[in-house]
Design a protein around this ligand. Structure first.
Ligand code: BEZ
Length: 213
């Protein structure tokens, strides 16, 4: 198994899910994707994460993102678990949960870290763009629930920085000022790309209002 890195093509797979078999690349289509692993069904932290992700349905849809959870348990267990998630978290799971009992996906994406636990997956997150390239990898330990608002924030940054010559500063959120990439130096280009103007704090540190707002 090769190490997956940013910019690599996300490995394709076919695996069963709570919504039937999923051929990953075909299922993604032209969407962005979030693939995230869960150590085990019927575990408390995962239950809260899946409920919160269901709550964010409209936020993911607005950004053209499909979410796909994966756990090494079987579809039968997943289907029983989603009832508990709705009951305790107040949101019905509205995305597929992959069944990965043969650990095909867990192995392809290196989600089992044997020195942490040799059977359960860690909490991996992969953000994948419409060209099927991996754009973010984060790994959390099993005992720490993820911050899905942060995942949305990164998607906002990726979608913005893909289409404008900017980068986003520390703790940036939608609507806040952004940074002009240092490679843009031509004054005419700067004027054309950033008609709202910009501030120069250092020649390499220039801020401008978010261009697509
Ligand atoms: C949980 O989801 O609650 C969990 C799973 C594995 C280890 C620790 C916590």
């Amino acid at each position: 198994m090769a190490t997956l890195r940013l910019g690599d093509t996300a490995p394709d797979f076919t695996q069963d899910s709570t919504e039937g078999p999923i051929q990953f690349h075909k299922w993604l289509g032209d969407s962005w994707g979030v693939l995230f692993s869960h150590p085990k069904d019927f575990t408390p932290v995962c239950t809260t994460e899946l409920g919160y992700t269901a709550k964010l349905k409209d936020e993911f849809a607005k950004r053209n993102v499909k979410v796909l959870a994966v756990s090494v348990d079987a579809v039968r267990e997943h289907k029983a678990w989603v009832g508990d998630i709705e009951e305790t978290q107040g949101f019905k799971v509205n995305f597929p949960i992959l069944a990965d009992p043969d650990r095909k996906v867990a192995d392809l994406y290196d989600m089992i870290h044997p020195n942490a636990n040799d059977t359960l997956t860690v909490r991996s997150v992969f953000i994948i763009d419409p060209k099927k390239k991996i754009r973010l990898i984060i790994t959390y330990p099993a005992g720490t629930g993820r911050n899905f608002d942060e995942i949305l924030r990164v998607i906002d940054s990726l979608q913005l920085t893909d289409s404008h010559s900017v980068a986003t500063p520390v703790n940036w959120k939608q609507g806040e000022d952004v940074i002009i990439v240092p490679s843009i130096q031509d004054p005419d280009v700067l004027k054309q790309k950033f008609p709202k103007g910009y501030k120069t704090l250092k020649p390499y540190l220039r801020t401008t209002p978010q261009p697509n707002r």
